[in-house]
Design a protein around this ligand. Sequence first.
Ligand code: HEM
Length: 375
Amino acid sequence: MTDNAQAPADTIYARLGGAAGIQALVDRFYAVMDELPEAYGIRKMHPDLPRANESLFKFLSGWFGGPPLFEQERGHPRLRARHFPFRIGPAERDQWMLCMRTALEEQVPDLDLRGAIHGAFEGMATHIINTEAPKPPPPPLVENELDVIDELARPGVASIIELGCGAARVARELLDRHAGAHVTALEVDAVQHARNLAEPRKRLQFIAAGAQAIPCADASFDLALMLKSLHHVPVPLMGTALAEVARVVKPGGQLYVSEPMYEGPFNDIVKLYNDEGEVRAAAQAALDAALESGAWTELIAGRFDAPRVFASFAEFEARMMRPSFADHQIDAAKLAEVRAAFEPHLGPDGARFRQPMIVRLLLRAGGDTAAQVAA
Ligand code: HEM
């Protein structure tokens, strides 16, 4: 079978005019490739144009619904694999498509047909690209954020302030890990602060205060920690809070900030009753503004995933929906809605989520250079 008489009339092959129409398109395609200075990059890849012409003609014959000449001679086309010997990136794809678009404009007056063929070529040409950078590995799953703090901020230093310490688990573990460390732990939630005071500990001082008004002297701390707490500072006070942190951190000291990202299945559930999209974006913007002010330089911006594990919906409700520091106005309808979103994640060992986190480590200006601290 070598002509259009044997191909169904509604194939692209037939609509293009069968073998003669395809040959004319292919001839024009390679002529344009040969002529256009913009296509010189891919022209160099094709030392033997007649051979390429014959191959493309035979392939298109079958691809467009006519006789499968290429397969009959060479087997399965496996076009992507056949192009592996050549480095084909977006620039090469664009050059190839420029030649093909020019040829199509000249050879195919039917705009619908031209559009359909162009779309098919574009899809295939993009599929053939083989120089794409490999996808970055997913962020690591970190069971204990102390490991991240230890690795990035090296907190074996004398004086640390934690803003928004919650139940002070991190503060206490910091002291376990670093015998030389002293921690000042601030918390605005009065209930939590009272609980913290009930469990005193050497080298750990609790203060009831927010980051926007830190009752400590200038340049008192080597390291400030804000773990998932910056977005809890009222948005209009975020800039003040970061200025306060800059005031109490020594020149050359560091600020470690981790914040949950506004994405992922866990966030999809939480946002049903507590949508933090705006405050989390505001927290990142406040950090950007603090950097622009010149008070800090950024040493590291990284990602990790934190595990969030709940044995049951009841546990999720108690811990996440009814914290002591906020009233999320949960009525029966809201509870049912959140439960319906949560329950599909429940397995035999509870519900396990990965919460994407962003970490930024800032260096207080005026001390050592960033390179010295990072070394
Ligand atoms: C994305 C840009 C593309 C580039 C840079 C490119 C480049 C090349 C090169 C250098 C060859 C070898 C030519 C030879 O020496 O014989 C080739 C072969 C071929 N290309 Fe492409 N190509 C591209 C896209 C496409 C597309 C979109 C198709 C089909 C829709 C296609 C179909 C073919 C066929 C059928 C062969 C012959 C394979 C063989 O003989 O084993 N190419 N291509």
